[in-house]
Design a protein around this ligand. Structure first.
Ligand code: ADP
Ligand code: MG
Length: 545
């Protein structure tokens, strides 16, 4: 293809561009953050590729992002010497295929309430923010290791073109032909200020002429006390495509057999892919400042997948594939250290700011509980930081607090599972417990059924479902002493009734027994001690097992 080709933007992309270009958004300066972020990503990618592909070694120079202002031509350009794009990359990533976040972004804008164009980067379509300030955009690019270079161009109105270009080195230059009302971005001082505000944490130098505008050192390599809260927030936004504030920031260095620095953030709102089946981690792995991968398996356990941030270790081996790195035993060591650190920090925070911890728990508790099943070595520590609804009041309780409130003679932690805490709390199974003033945990996350199969006790008390087996409520002292017969001694009249019911129900129940667990309702279904809990049985049926 030696000629200029014209393409239409994919429908949704076209819609997105209409909105972006036509908006009167007041915070348009974020386009620069997005373009610099892409340039930095491109440098990261080439540096990594060059590790495992020796033929690229001579493409790796001093990486940098250069800005150029041309007042006469009224253009602002952003250049990098990173990985670059070939014809097909351009075609796909910049136009004909909608990235997965396109529709989600459009919806968020339609919603009105959450709609903020500034969130564009979070949806993986940050490049298009260039059209907020430009009447035309050109992308001049050459992919590392390839001969040909290309020029992409568009005015954002439905079509774009691709033609051969004449770039002599790999990398990308994005040229913005600024709109009449966007001439402020030709002012050096303005550009300088934007970079300082949004891109200071970029680890490559961002240059304007001879000047480096940013700190250009990876933020996690700085001393924790030298990083301000604003810098953390900007870095968190950049590295995790998020736009909330981090709730917790954990920045630390471990020296030892596997030395590493970690800068981890716990978000204050739940990311939208939290419940995806892939359960991907989002902590970026670096080896000696070289970016390795975004979703390294084996770096962070799945039950901590809400974490964002980076881990950088000089003790891992470079020059091996990502797959080989994943099975490096040193990585497992880092994983254990990180898990402990995070759980410890959460425990500390739960003590220090219990109300905030409840918010954290509401966002991520169900995820964290997966660790009770998957990480036996940290099970006890995890149990300590778990919170549960209970019949006590509307608030969440820790297990220790529950145990502290146990009645005399109560050797079990009673629980009931179901779809939601409110519904469970109205169950007839709880009547006897309520009358006696015995607290019952109300567990409504799917995962609850599963960890309860692995964990039998906490601080010497066994977990016991109120829908299973004998309840032993007689042994527990309560508000009201239980009166009359116990479960075993049954009057003969009652016995006749039980036999009649059993005959009627036949094989559909295993047994019919009298019980003290009920005060208002006449009957309830329970499972035998050795059998599956009632809710568990229901769950498995739903999944066709
Ligand atoms: P995201 O950065 O979240 O992937 P963007 O809309 O910002 O989304 O960018 C879309 C894609 O375009 C990038 O993933 C990348 O493949 C490509 N791209 C954009 N800018 C550059 C660049 N400077 N160098 C190489 N590829 C780029
Ligand atoms: Mg981007």
């Amino acid at each position: 293809t030696g000629v200029k080709e014209t393409f239409s933007f994919q429908t949704e992309v076209g819609q997105l561009l209409d909105i972006v270009a036509g908006s009167l958004y007041s915070n348009r300066e974020i386009f620069l953050r997005e373009l610099v972020s892409n340039a930095s990503d491109a440098c990261d990618k080439l540096r990594y590729e060059a590790l495992t592909n020796p033929s690229l070694a001579d493409t790796v120079n001093q990486f940098s992002v250069s800005l150029e202002i041309d007042k006469k031509a009224k253009t602002l350009s952003v250049s990098d010497n990173g990985i670059g794009m070939n014809h097909d990359d351009l075609l796909e990533t910049l136009g004909t295929i909608a990235r997965s976040g396109t529709g989600a972004f459009l919806n968020s804008l339609k919603d009105g309430k959450k709609g903020d164009l500034g969130l564009i980067g979070q949806f993986g379509v940050g490049f298009y923010s260039a059209f907020m300030v430009s009447e035309g955009v050109e992308v001049l690019t050459r992919k590392a290791g390839e001969e040909k270079s290309w020029q992409w161009a568009s005015d954002g109105k439905g079509e774009f073109t691709i033609e051969p270009g004449d770039r002599d080195a790999c990398g990308t230059t994005v040229v913005l032909h600024l709109k009449k009302d966007a001439k402020e971005f030709l002012e050096e001082a303005r550009v300088r200020h934007i970079i300082k505000t949004y891109s200071d944490h970029i680890s490559f130098p961002v240059l304007l002429g001879e000047d480096t505008l940013n700190a250009a050192s990876a933020i996690w390599t700085r001393a924790p006390k030298d990083v301000t809260e604003e810098q953390h927030t900007e870095f968190y936004h950049h590295t995790s495509h998020a736009f909330d504030k981090p709730w917790l920031t954990l920045h630390s260095r471990v020296e030892g057999s596997v030395s590493h620095t970690s800068l981890l953030y716990v978000p204050s709102t739940a990311p939208f892919d939290l419940y995806d089946a892939e359960r991907k981690s989002h902590v970026k792995l670096y080896v000696n400042r070289v970016f390795i991968s975004e979703n390294t398996k084996g770096l962070v356990p799945a039950y901590l997948r809400f974490l964002r941030g980076v881990v950088d270790s000089e003790d891992l081996t470079l020059n091996v594939s990502r797959e080989m790195l994943q099975s490096d035993p040193k990585l497992a060591k880092i994983k254990t250290a990180l898990s402990k650190k995070v759980i410890w920090a959460l425990k500390k925070e739960a003590g220090k700011a219990p109300q905030e911890y409840v918010d954290f728990w509401k966002n991520f508790g169900a995820i964290l509980k997966e660790g009770l099943i998957e990480d036996p070595s940290l099970r006890d520590r995890l149990l300590e930081i778990c919170r549960f609804s209970s019949t006590l009041n509307g608030e969440l309780t820790s297990l220790s607090d529950y145990v502290g409130r146990c009645n005399e003679g109560q050797d079990a932690i009673y629980y009931m599972t179901g779809d939601d805490a409110k519904k469970i709390s109205q169950s007839p199974h709880l009547e006897g417990f309520k009358t006696k003033g015995v607290e019952v945990l109300l567990l409504s996350d799917h995962v609850d059924e599963f960890w309860l199969q692995h964990i039998t006790e906490f601080e010497g008390k066994t977990f016991k479902s109120v829908t299973r087996g004998a309840t032993d409520l007689d042994k527990v002292s309560g508000n009201e002493e239980a009166e009359g017969d116990n479960d075993d001694a049954v009057s003969s009249a009652l016995n006749d009734l039980l036999i009649a019911i059993k005959m009627e129900l036949g094989g559909s129940v295993k047994d019919v027994r009298p019980s003290k667990r009920l005060t208002d309702s006449p009957v309830c279904l329970i499972a035998d001690d050795g059998d599956m809990d009632v809710n568990m049985e229901r769950l498995l049926k739903q999944h066709g097992q």
